[in-house]
Design a protein around this ligand. Structure first.
Ligand code: ATP
Ligand code: MG
Length: 243
């Protein structure tokens, strides 16, 4: 299997004092759904932001679908990111002044590409939003807003979608819908998704879990179940304490 994302020895230091990432090497195969878990402050969001080209690591390499982001200039990185990387945020990040449809096509417009209206509508139909195209996102529920955000992340057919606690603000039913959707993106459409979550039930939707502690990898778990994930999380601090 080819890797959608390769991270090599990533470090990130803030203000020369806070080490958010202390050397993370990991790869995410194309067509995989991975959860990233760990205590608050362990570097999960920093990892995602650096991997997605939203932020620059202090050192190390990020390679997405064979293209090294870390040696690209800012303009090239932004251009690449718009077309090849999707990002879903906990708080949706939709623009209230745009309609649902306009929000979804925004990445294409920013990249100077024409939006295929039929495809846009087909994607929104699939996500159960076909009758909300002209609405402002402000009229939608949290679960519906997050589905719009997933549609926006999908529209360019990116090499990878990163999602940072995409269900963190949702009730259980909406969370399940969004998780089912992300799983379908991977297992039915061949996409690649890397998702940060605190919730073992959300992690159980994925193929494998990477654990982070203090900015370092602290193990992984294939075929995660809710109980196995909860058990590992409960003992994550142990290795660090023993070291
Ligand atoms: N912009 C910033 N400036 C300074 N320090 C930062 C910045 N962003 C993150 N940090 C620090 O880096 C470390 C890792 O933060 P990060 O947001 O990646 O953690 P996280 O695992 O996503 O936590 P949470 O589960 O609470 O979202 C923390 O110590 C945090 O305080
Ligand atoms: Mg975070």
């Amino acid at each position: 299997m080819t890797d959608a994302v390769q991270l090599e020895a990533l470090t990130k230091t803030y203000d020369d004092t806070v080490t958010a990432l202390a050397g993370v090497t990991a790869s995410f195969p194309a067509g995989s759904f991975t959860a990233v878990m760990g205590p608050s402050g362990s570097g999960k969001s920093t990892l995602l932001q650096c991997a997605a080209g939203l932020d620059r690591p202090t050192s190390g390499r990020v390679v997405i679908a064979g293209t090294e982001l870390t040696t690209s200039g800012d303009t090239a990185m932004t251009k690449f990111r718009r077309l090849r990387v999707g990002f879903v945020f906990q708080d949706y990040n939709l623009l209230p002044s745009l309609t649902v449809e306009q929000n979804v096509v925004l990445p294409l417009r920013l990249a100077g590409k024409r939006a295929d209206r039929r495809r846009v509508r087909a994607v929104l139909d699939q996500l159960g939003l076909g009758d909300r195209l002209a609405d402002s996102p402000e009229k939608l529920s949290g679960g519906q807003r997050q589905r719009v955000a997933v549609a926006r992340a999908l529209i360019t057919e990116p090499a990878v979608i990163f999602a940072d606690e995409p269900t963190g603000a949702l009730d259980m039913r909406s969370a399940r819908e969004v998780l089912g959707l992300l799983r379908a993106v991977v297992h039915e459409h061949g996409g690649t998704v890397v998702m940060v979550t605190h919730d073992p039930a959300a992690a159980a939707y994925t193929d494998s879990v990477l654990f982070l502690a203090d900015g370092r990898l602290a193990g992984s778990l294939r075929g995660p179940t809710v109980d196995a994930v909860a058990e590992r999380l409960a003992h994550l601090g142990d290795a660090a304490v023993a070291a």
